[in-house]
Design a binder for this molecule. Structure first.
Ligand code: G6P
Length: 621
């Protein structure tokens, strides 16, 4: 949801800003802009469109300034246009501002500033920041930004430059949008996300809610914007994080799209997420020290609530099936944007588990705050070390998918599923489970280690799924159906197809189809039937029969060696997954539904990594 970048050092700022913006394009891509300062002059270039459109208009004369800021936008206030693109300037043209987030009281502030004689050029909320800083400026940019922050309400990350203080950037953060400071030698960087910084440094400082940073080439001074004159050097030194992602993992590496590259990284995601946590010896204990829970606390859990958005929400739905069946703990699953507004009831021994790739999704963060206020213990399953979700939680289980760049989440989903199964196995150690369940969990444990090779097999032989996907691409809509753990996967398959191919798709519980949705089935409509769960296989076969009876085109996803559906549908209409513990079929079947979406979107020539209207990290509610 908008990406912001900044640079101050001894190199030319422009190429560095452009490079970082390219890395952040996934956060928003309807307009882009930069401002570079040199000899008391701002060079501002901005346009409607993507960063690659900005590249066309940043001419040489933007030149050799060594300090600057940039922005790539996902519109909230004001339609995408050059006028509404950031950076925004004050009346005098001395102050340049970029923002990620929303200034909720911008209208009131704007009226006040207009009365004071300020003139506005755009429809954005961000422009009020430039004028507010102008209003408070008295030869000290940090103080002026701090005073402006005190006047604003909302959720925002802000980066500001002043022509008369050409040695510094001032960054401030209110509530959730992330702002990362990258610490270099003789230079310092700012970006909304870590991958944009990896070319320059692996030492980062994650700005916290309420903080303001004055950043020069040799120093970063952090304080609270309510008390900007009291810099907290200790805080800064204590919280520097060294990131172990390499710059290469955030590159396409020869693949036509990040999405395909990330689908192919899934064997590694599984391995990395398991390594050092799930001992291969079946009787060795699983230890997850970052969860910060004692065996007694695990034994005492009475209810779990999982909360997330988008793809991560589907991973949580898988968790509900598995946790309830294995641990007999009641599980509630909520969408982030709903949880906080429904006055949730939290029991005495309840854990709230937030699942988030980015760790920055505003609705997920808001739900965690709501849960905390109501007394829940907060756990997080997230992919980004030091993210807001990780910092807010009492304990964390990191998925180790590495940076995910494509807007459509793939490897992070697989990481989340593996994380969820790890959490389940860990908790099972301290809870009473039946003998049958214990046996099943042993198989689950062994099965997790088989996944990397099984995913690899699907990826190495994807001709069949590609052909099916290309045929699906010729249809205006498609359906995904499943039961039990396949039901959330049906939803995920439909979401993937919708978001990148723009084909209308619905993910449905297979048994529910006949209660309305079946009316939409007609000659040749594609229906992907996920039939990987043994306990409900017979029922799935009946549901597929219902689909075939309406002359629709059923495509089965089944474990190898399947007979009945394969006979019914014909091999040409069947995708197989290697046999494993039933619950782990969701992981391998996920690869098929991702490939269906990818190849369908590719056949339609879609902008796969940056689908229209979306953004990867949604930092507004
Ligand atoms: C956006 C992305 C989705 C993602 C969702 C939640 O909508 O496009 O792919 O699943 O946000 O993101 P999170 O980072 O919290 O997992």
């Amino acid at each position: 949801m908008c990406g912001i970048v900044g640079y101050v050092g001894d190199k030319e700022a422009l190429p560095i800003l452009m490079d970082k913006l390219r890395m952040l394009t996934y956060r928003g891509y309807d307009s882009a802009g930069i401002a570079v300062s040199k000899n008391g002059h701002f060079y501002v270039r901005k346009c409607k469109g993507k960063v690659r459109d900005l590249e066309q208009i940043v001419d040489e004369d933007v030149g050799s300034g060594t300090i600057g800021i940039g922005h790539t936008r996902w519109a909230t206030h004001g339609p995408p246009s050059t006028r509404n693109a950031h950076p925004h300037l004050d009346c005098t043209g001395h102050i340049a501002v970029v923002q990620n987030g929303i200034v909720e009281n911008f209208w009131e502030l704007k009226q006040e500033l207009i009365e004071k004689g300020h003139t506005f050029q755009s429809d954005t909320d961000t422009e009020v920041i430039a004028h507010l800083v102008e209003e408070y400026y008295d030869d000290n940019l940090t103080t002026a930004v701090a005073l402006a922050m005190q006047r604003m309400k909302g959720s925002m990350a802000v980066l500001v430059m002043h022509r008369d203080e050409e040695d510094r950037l001032v960054a401030a953060k209110m509530d959730s949008p992330p702002l990362i400071i990258g610490l270099g030698r003789g230079e310092n960087h700012v970006a909304s996300d870590i991958p944009a910084l990896l070319h320059y440094t692996n030492k980062i400082y994650v700005l916290e809610d309420g903080e303001i940073a004055t950043i020069t080439r040799d120093s970063v001074i952090i304080s609270n914007y309510k008390e900007p004159t009291k810099p907290d050097r200790r805080l800064y030194e204590r919280k520097v994080i060294v990131v172990d992602w390499s710059p290469e993992v955030a590159q396409k590496g020869g693949y036509p799209h990040y999405m395909l590259k990330e689908i192919h990284e899934q064997p590694q995601t599984v391995l990395d997420t398991l390594r050092g946590r799930l001992p291969e010896r079946p009787d060795a204990p699983i230890e997850l020290p970052d969860l910060n829970v004692t065996p007694e606390e695990v034994a005492a859990v009475e209810r779990l609530t999982f909360v997330a958005c988008g793809t991560a929400y589907h991973a949580c739905l898988v968790a509900k099936y598995a946790f309830e069946q294995a641990l007999r703990i009641p599980v509630t699953v909520d969408i982030g944007s709903e949880y906080r507004y429904r006055q949730p009831i939290i029991g005495p021994n309840e854990w709230l588990v937030a699942v988030s790739q980015s760790g920055e999704t505003a609705d997920t963060i808001a739900s965690m705050r709501e849960g905390k206020e109501r007394g829940a213990r907060l756990l997080a399953i997230t992919n980004v070390v030091g993210s807001s979700v990780a910092r807010l939680a009492d304990g964390v289980l990191y998925t180790r998918a590495g940076p995910e760049v494509a807007v459509a989440s793939t490897k992070a989903f697989v990481g989340q599923l593996v994380g969820i199964f790890l959490l389940l196995l860990y908790m099972a150690q301290y809870r009473k489970v039946s003998r049958k369940t214990a046996k099943s969990l042993q198989a689950l444990r062994a099965g997790l280690w088989k996944l990397p090779e099984q995913i690899e097999r699907i990826l190495n032989d994807d001709g069949h799924v590609k052909a099916i996907a290309e045929a699906i691409a010729a249809h205006p809509s498609a359906f995904f159906i499943g039961r039990n753990l396949d039901e959330p996967l049906a939803r995920e398959g439909a979401l993937k197809l919708k978001e990148i191919s723009y084909i209308h798709a619905e993910g449905y519980p297979a048994g529910e189809l006949k209660h309305g949705t079946l009316a939409l089935l007609d000659e040749g409509v594609p229906v992907v039937a996920l039939a990987t769960q043994g306990a409900v296989y017979d029922k799935m076969v009946s549901n597929v029969q219902e689909v075939l009876a309406r002359s629709a085109w059923a495509i089965g996803v089944v474990p190898e060696g399947d007979k009945r559906l394969t006979e019914l549908l014909g091999e040409a209409n069947v995708l197989t997954i290697p046999r494993n513990h039933d619950w782990l079929h969701t992981v391998t079947a996920a690869v098929h539904v991702q490939l269906i979406a990818y190849y369908a979107a590719a056949a339609l020539g879609r902008d796969i990594d940056q689908p229209r209207n979306l953004a990867k990290s949604v930092t507004v509610e």
